[in-house]
Ligand binder design. Structure first.
Ligand SMILES: [Zn+2]
Length: 310
């Protein structure tokens, strides 16, 4: 099932008008990213040596050609030992990192006030309205909004992430009529195949697995990615090895995560692959794992992430 057809886009005009007043300039790359879905490239032997450095964007300068890349690792080494920096990673400079940190906090305030469940589906336009309405959140500044737009518009290949851009527009809205809230989890699934597959797993595994993350809109993915990038001190490559960059998450179009009941945070590391529940799931034969140990996306092994979207 191709969920892309179900993602309703809201006009970009409101944002453009705002951008015009604030002096935003949408780069050519923004428009490309907005209207094309890049194919998954062949898995490279090693990550690109020369991540881009836009003039004046505050992004890291490319390394000097004569600097030895002592920490440059192969593609497979990077997704195996994913949560550490490498010399050719894409890293924000300190000023941009500070902006990332304050913007991440702002998004978390939205989540706290708006509620974790609903926040999964919140659109970018609604986020702006909600932040304006609630004093506890406060308006996003022009600098923060521009930063969020830049993060969304960037081609994630620059980080070493090779998945599709599944949400073409930042203002895309997950249609309420297409989703179902999964009782007791605070998460949502698309009606139809994802919901049916999840229910089948619960049935086959005697309710010993549950939904740990379902549909995520652009805002939720921005919040998760920025939070992760705070912990990596602005290393966006390192963040993207365990979280898809905003716009690139297959959670937006049908994928979901499952965990074992009572297994806590171990549902999000390799220990999950050692559980009987996971082994039984594999034996059932109908659950496909998106991020296998040798996946082509540039992402760590995620045995809990069920592939639904194509
Ligand atoms: Zn996932």
């Amino acid at each position: 099932m191709n969920r892309r057809t179900l993602i309703k886009s809201i006009s970009y005009c409101g944002l453009c008008a705002l951008g015009g007043r604030l002096g935003w300039r949408l780069s050519e790359q923004t428009w490309r990213a907005g209207y094309e879905i890049p194919p998954i490239p062949e898995r490279p032997e090693s990550a690109p040596v020369d991540p881009i450095a836009d003039e004046g964007s505050g992004m890291r300068e490319p390394p000097e050609p004569d600097v030895p890349m002592t920490e440059q690792a192969s593609y497979l080494e990077k997704i195996r030992d994913f949560d550490r920096p490498y010399d050719d990673d894409f890293v924000l400079d300190p000023e941009r990192f500070e902006l990332l940190r304050t913007t991440a906090k702002h998004l978390s305030r939205v989540q706290r006030v708006y509620g974790h469940g609903h926040f999964n589906l919140l659109s970018f336009d609604s986020m702006i309205k909600v932040s304006r309405r609630y004093g506890k959140i406060g308006d996003f500044t022009a600098e923060e909004l521009t930063f969020l737009e830049e993060i969304f518009a960037r081609d994630a290949v620059e980080y070493g992430f090779y998945g599709d851009k599944v949400m073409a527009e930042m203002t895309a809205q997950v249609p309420d009529s297409e989703v179902v809230k999964v009782n007791g989890t605070g998460h949502y699934l698309f009606r139809g195949e994802p919901e049916q597959k999840y229910e089948q797993m619960r049935l086959d595994l005697e309710d010993q697995v549950f939904l740990t993350s379902g549909i995520r809109g652009v805002v939720k993915q921005l919040q998760l990615f920025l939070d992760k990038a705070v912990t990596t001190e602005g290393n966006l490559s390192q963040a993207s090895r365990s979280l898809a960059p905003p716009g690139y998450s297959y959670h937006a179009i049908g994928d979901f995560d499952i965990g074992k009941v009572g297994f806590g945070l171990d549902n999000f590391n390799e220990a999950f692959a050692e559980t009987d529940e996971y082994k039984r799931l594999v034996d059932l034969g109908y659950a496909e794992i998106r991020y296998t140990p040798t996946n082509p996306y540039g992402v760590r092994h995620e045995p809990w992430h069920i592939k639904m979207a194509t």
